[in-house]
Write a new protein. Sequence first.
Length: 431
Amino acid sequence: MSTLAPDNSAHGTAAPDAARSDLSVMSLVGAAHFASHFSQLVLPPLFPLLATEFNVSFIELGLIVTLFYVCSGLGQATAGVLVDRYGAHRLLVCGLATLSVAVALYGMATHYWMLLPLAAIAGLGNSVFHPADLSILSHRVSTGRLGRGYAVHAVMGSVGFASSPIFIGAVTAFASWRVALLLAGAIGLTIAAVLHLQRPVLLYVKSAVDQKNVGASTEHAAKHQRPAGYFKIVSSPVVLLAFAYFALTAVAGTGVQTFAVTALSEGYGLALRLATFGLSAYLIGSACGMVAGGFLADRTDKHHRVAMTGLAIVAAIMFLIAGTTGLGAATVPLLFLAGFSGGVTAPSRDVLIRRAAAGKGAGTGSVFGFVYSGLDLGSSLGPLLFGALVDHHAPHLVFLAIGVGFALAAPTVMQVQSTARRRAAAVAAAE
């Protein structure tokens, strides 16, 4: 079995087999990421019902989401190390099973406080996905299709986000919110079972150095690129900048996903159905952008420019929505464009992070685990911030804060690129 993602793009006879193998890996990893994102959004659509059911405020409901992401973020860095040590497929199945059981148990809660420990358990289960998923893709997908592999991963996450409110809303309307949560947990457990049965597709032999992933000499890597200590890896400027990128975009993205509908309906006079359609347009646009971004990432080496431009466009659109009161139905296409622009950045972003991992001589799980914990940090802070803005009847500030988050994230991408370039030049000079 190949230890790392080979570049099969130039081998005519091997290409069909490689393509089938890549498709299988992408499909299974994509299904896992779908389950992760699907499970993350099962509670927010129920907030109005839960506020009445348990007699709690939106800030208290936001605390459930915050606790989930805090535990996910804290667990994610550790999960990255465990992925490099014990293998990604084991953690992936166990994490998904844990998350799914916790989601099913949400539906059995009879008091508000019962949701809090379940959210913590669900967060720990969710912590494995990014280091495990992206390590499997980095090792098992051909280099020439890796951008598309990351795109499939990101798209399936967006599909999970988009389908979760629809599923939860439909089942709640025909049965109850408790039944909806029980069925959501059953979906995750079914996917976990499939991943377990298909584990040979996900297995890879761990290598000491990931530098080979980007075409470096294996002999030179073995001689000069011994794996650095974990804390030395995660404290490097390029990794810390990537962490900041994820934290900022997560704060902003959480605002869109959890409170944009409420802000649009309360502050902009949009009907609830139209506001919900606006959120769906954003999520659909994001998925479409990720597909386009996957092909673009496989055809350019300017990944930092792709990511920076996309974020700048998203920020500009959010500032426009924040500063304009009479957009009405025009908000829907604007949100689609914002989602598309943000989605295009995702595959290029992951290629940049993979480059950072290879450049440090580190396991991909460790680096992906740490930088993606920034995603959970931002996602844990976002609900509290935006919940407070909604509770204080400041819906326009919701979109202003979202725009600020995306705007601040844009320069970090360029800094990641320039820092990595300076480091590579220093290494080349030392040789």
